[in-house]
Ligand binder design. Structure first.
Ligand SMILES: [Ca+2]
Length: 354
């Protein structure tokens, strides 16, 4: 290979390797003839680019040479001193070190980035669209629950949510109302429910805007968890393909089906290990499918004689009115089926992408 061809090959190589993870070839500035590394693999390739590709795909390969007889030698060491011997006309390249973006940290053994705060990708270059994507990216699989940034495809800006990672296989929390946080204020109005209130981990509502972005960016199932103060068991119910439409419909809510959810169903999902009561949650959202959202100052319910939101002291998809009332001061919260005589201590709703 003459000098001109080498330059052409390398120029093309740098461009073509843009898709490869972190790694691009770097020529040694000088060439010595004393070997200090032993090749662990050699193979015949047509030209330098093929050698570079082979090395890029092989996690053990940290440097390689391509000699004049079309042999690619791979080395397990990143020889910064360029001491690997070269035949006349051959070339030697190194994998460059990885740069982790957005405060990601590099594992120098595996040469991979560990991302934080909701960033994902090989270089932590992108914010996850929801918690489910974050879970399956592998960066957060061992986390339990915490606050993360997400950016659903349709959202103009990223925003913070609480994610359940370890136990639920990546679920985005959209509301929580419990007796262990400050009570929800009964004066919360349309603007409050649209924009969201509270903070993740404590009592909060992520806002109808954000629910619209998450549920329209890709299909999501809604999980409702209710814990009673009587037996302290967590009862669950699943609403498939839960969707919140935009403001022009007053954030109309729809779902395709309602299902009891117990540990039996959980067993079908290998990522879901949270202990859930054998008694499922009843369907207290019955009759609400297709309802618009109402607050005391925006009565969109279907009972012309009543203002359900004012009467129930909360914001919700009331019809006429509802068998559940998750968003009022906790002592006013109810979930009629099957909690008629139970005092509810905790209610939480999560979205998991399908
Ligand atoms: Ca009304």
């Amino acid at each position: 290979m003459d000098v001109l061809r080498l330059v052409i090959v390398l120029g093309f190589t740098k461009t073509s390797l843009a898709d490869y993870k972190y790694k691009s070839p770097k020529l040694c500035e000088h060439q010595l003839t004393v070997p200090t590394a032993t090749a662990y693999k050699s193979l015949t390739v047509d030209w330098l680019l093929d050698c570079v590709r082979q090395c890029s795909h092989d996690s053990s390969c940290l440097s390689a040479t391509f000699d004049g007889s079309q042999t690619c030698y791979m080395f397990p060491a990143n020889d910064r001193n360029c001491s690997v011997p070269l035949q006349l006309g051959g070339s030697y390249f190194l994998k460059e070190s990885i740069t982790c973006l957005n405060n990601g940290t590099l594992n120098t053994t595996t040469h991979t980035c560990k991302c934080y705060n909701g960033y994902i990708g090989d270089k932590c270059q992108r914010i996850m669209m929801d918690c489910t994507e974050g879970f399956y990216s592998g960066h957060y699989k061992t986390d339990e629950f915490s606050e993360y940034l997400i950016k659903p495809t349709l959202a103009p800006q990223p925003f913070y949510v609480e994610c359940y990672m370890k136990d639920i296989g990546g679920a985005t929390v959209i509301m929580m109302n419990s007796k262990w946080s400050p009570f929800l204020d009964r004066t919360l109005n349309w603007e409050n429910y649209t924009e969201g209130f509270g903070t993740p981990i404590a009592n909060h509502w992520i806002g109808l805007h954000n629910m619209n972005y998450i549920t329209n960016s890709r299909p999501q199932h809604l999980f409702v968890e209710v814990i009673s103060g009587l037996d302290w068991e967590a009862r669950w119910r699943k609403y498939e393909n839960f969707k919140v439409e935009d403001e022009s419909t007053n954030y109309r809510m729809t779902y395709s089906g309602s299902f009891p959810w117990t540990q039996t169903e959980v067993g079908a999902d290998p990522d879901w290990s949270k202990v859930i009561a054998s008694t499922p949650l009843g369907d207290s959202m019955i009759g609400l499918n297709g309802s618009a959202f109402s607050t005391f100052d925006r009565d969109n319910d279907l009972d012309v004689g009543r203002n359900c939101a004012r009467e129930y002291q909360g914001g919700w998809w009331y019809n006429a009115c509802a068998d559940c009332n998750p968003n009022s001061p906790i002592d006013e919260v109810f979930w009629k089926y099957d909690f008629i005589n139970y005092e509810i201590a905790y209610i939480e709703m999560l979205l998991k992408a399908t």
